[in-house]
Structures are given as structure tokens and as C-alpha cells.
Write a protein that binds this ligand. Structure first.
Ligand SMILES: NC(=O)c1ccc[n+]([C@@H]2O[C@H](COP(=O)([O-])OP(=O)(O)OC[C@H]3O[C@@H](n4cnc5c(N)ncnc54)[C@H](OP(=O)(O)O)[C@@H]3O)[C@@H](O)[C@H]2O)c1
Length: 178
């Protein structure tokens, strides 16, 4: 993989942040198959002030840069210049840009925020996973890679909780690499 050898050279841990259904689904038709204000708050708490790295499709699905965070969007030739984001034409470049920006701003981590293509290419580089396990198994077309227990150890868990306007209960899990 092109990005091998990067981990540790970025000066900040790589943390994958994702909401994942019981069946591994994270997305359906360019969107998320649930409405979870509790998880949006959790996501904001985790990522505020940290550089975030995402794929073009996730950026288009969010629709605008996330405020208070350096937004790095990885895209081949498809995405032109967009105000408020740093565009990277390879994942490696994206992680380096995020590392540089984050170190300059005293960030604690590089937050990789999806989607499926980007998680698949970064899970082997990641130091930590912040997984919101969603208590539902929806139909979908985009998946989180398998979290192999031989590589990952659960170190924190909160929940299940279900806010009034959440469409499912969620459990917040932290995994660290063994
Ligand atoms: N549940 C969650 O926590 C969560 C989080 C994020 C997203 N999602 C969902 O996931 C879905 C989107 O995921 P996705 O897998 O379809 O797309 P994605 O990973 O968001 O973006 C894919 C795009 O990123 C670019 N890309 C990927 N790898 C690259 C590389 N190595 N170098 C350069 N560019 C690269 C390409 O852009 P170009 O085509 O421009 O080259 C590619 O088409 C949506 O349904 C979204 O709602 C869910």
C-alpha cells in the first residue's frame, strides 16, 4: 500500500471515527441510514480542533466544510477547488497535510472520518478507532472494514444510549491497537 511507512511519521496518532451498524453498514446511497443527533454531538466533541481527512463522496454528503477543523478532502481529478478545504490528490498527501496542519495547531490527532474507501485504506495505519456502534442492521452499500480482535482491543465503552430524536440506540466504543 502506498501509505505504508507513513504511520508514526506524521507526528500525530491516526484515529478512525465512524458510526457502524451491527452488520458493518456505514452508508446507503451517499448518505447515512439513520438519524443520530447524539452521535453528531459525540463526533463534534471528538473532532473539534483536530484536522479531519475524508474522501470526496463523504465531503459531498456533508455538503460543507466542518467548522473549527482543518478539512482535508482526498480526491483524484474529480474535485475542483473548494473554499474552506485542503484538497489532496492522494491519501498519503492528505494525511501529511493533516499532520502538518494539526501539529501547527496543537492538535491531538488526525481524525479520519470516512467513508468506506478511506477507512479501508487507513485501518492498517490507525492507532485508535472511535466507533459508534448503532443498534440496527440497515440495508446499505458502504461498510466499515472488519475490526479484527487480534489487532484491536476495546479500552472504553459508554452506552447504550438513545436520545429522544435518535432513530436507534448507540454505544460509543474506543479501540486501541494491540
Ligand atoms: N457512518 C459513518 O460514520 C460514515 C462516515 C463517513 C461517510 N459515511 C458514508 O459513506 C459513504 C461514502 O463512502 P464511499 O466509500 O462511497 O466514499 P468516500 O470514501 O467518502 O470517497 C471516495 C472518493 O475519495 C477519493 N479517494 C479515495 N481513495 C483515494 C486515494 N487513495 N487517492 C485519491 N483519492 C481517493 C476518490 O475521489 P475521486 O472520485 O474524486 O477521485 C473516491 O471516489 C456515504 O454513504 C456516507 O454517508 C458514513
Amino acid at each position: 500500500m502506498m501509505t505504508e511507512g507513513l504511520a508514526g511519521g506524521l507526528g500525530l496518532p491516526i484515529v478512525l471515527v465512524a458510526a457502524v451498524g451491527e452488520n458493518g453498514v456505514i452508508g446507503a446511497q451517499g448518505d447515512m441510514p439513520w438519524r443520530l443527533p447524539s452521535d453528531l454531538r459525540h463526533f463534534k466533541d471528538l473532532t473539534m480542533g483536530q484536522p479531519v481527512v475524508m474522501g470526496r463522496k463523504t465531503f459531498l454528503s456533508i455538503g460543507k466544510p466542518l467548522s473549527g477543523r482543518v478539512n482535508v478532502v482526498v480526491s483524484g481529478p474529480t474535485l475542483g477547488p473548494v473554499e474552506g478545504i485542503e484538497r489532496a490528490s492522494t491519501l498519503e498527501e492528505g494525511l501529511r497535510l493533516a499532520g502538518q496542519a494539526g501539529r501547527g495547531r496543537g492538535a491531538r490527532m488526525i481524525a479520519v472520518i470516512g467513508g468506506g474507501q478511506i477507512y479501508a485504506q487507513t485501518i492498517d495505519l490507525a492507532d485508535r478507532l472511535e466507533i459508534t456502534r448503532v443498534a440496527v442492521a440497515p440495508e446499505g452499500d458502504t461498510f466499515f472494514p472488519m475490526i479484527d480482535e487480534a489487532s484491536w482491543r476495546e479500552v472504553a465503552r459508554r452506552g447504550p444510549v438513545k436520545g429522544e430524536t435518535d432513530t436507534a440506540a448507540v454505544t460509543f466504543l474506543t479501540y486501541e491497537r494491540r
